[in-house]
Design a protein around this ligand. Sequence first.
Ligand SMILES: [Zn+2]
Length: 236
Amino acid sequence: MTSAAVNGTAAGSGGTRRIIVMMGAPGAGKGTQAERLAEALDLPHVSTGELFRAMIRSDSELGQKVHEHIDAGELVPDEITVAMVADRLAEDDAADGVILDGFPRTVAQAKALDKLLAKADSCVSAVPYIEVRTELLLARLTGRRICTVDDQHLYHVVTMPPKQDGVCDIDGAELYQRADDSEETVRGRLDNQLPPMYEVVDYYAGNNVLFSVPGDQPPAEVTEELLRLINARTSS
Ligand SMILES: [Zn+2]
């Protein structure tokens, strides 16, 4: 169904299909910006994380395979991920384009995407890269604090600080940091995720579709700059 369906959507779509690939480290605000762009540009936000979760919920054979890989802490094999994205791109609402979020994660996946799009007489139109320096990523990713009495009372030392340091506004209980959010754990995660992301960034820079937007400005300004640059590149 995959390639035939992709070829189907290609007919008549000409060169106007907008395939936008979001790039950015964890904590750069990529998901939030992808959602805002999807709304502003009237394109579907295709998050591979959400596709994986939907697949697992569907309880299909493929969904179970995906679940096993994720449970084992492994990456989902490219062939599964690429097939899943191909199916999603073949859906009707993606005929005018998509905002891809979380894919491609490797150069091999980026090449697979190019191949897939070429079959449908299409290509990646723009790759916005939301750039945030590592120290700021760390501050964002390690800033979460949780109430020791009620774990629904959430704070963030940078974006949503409590009135008094380390104390819950609601019940006065002490706040703590989850081990997952510790600097050591977050640094380890970034050390694993950033090098392959930089390779993908370089790949798209080589194809002249990449542009950088500083991610250390207020989110609304990031959105504005992204829209201006995307529109300049995809409508002429
Ligand atoms: Zn509390």
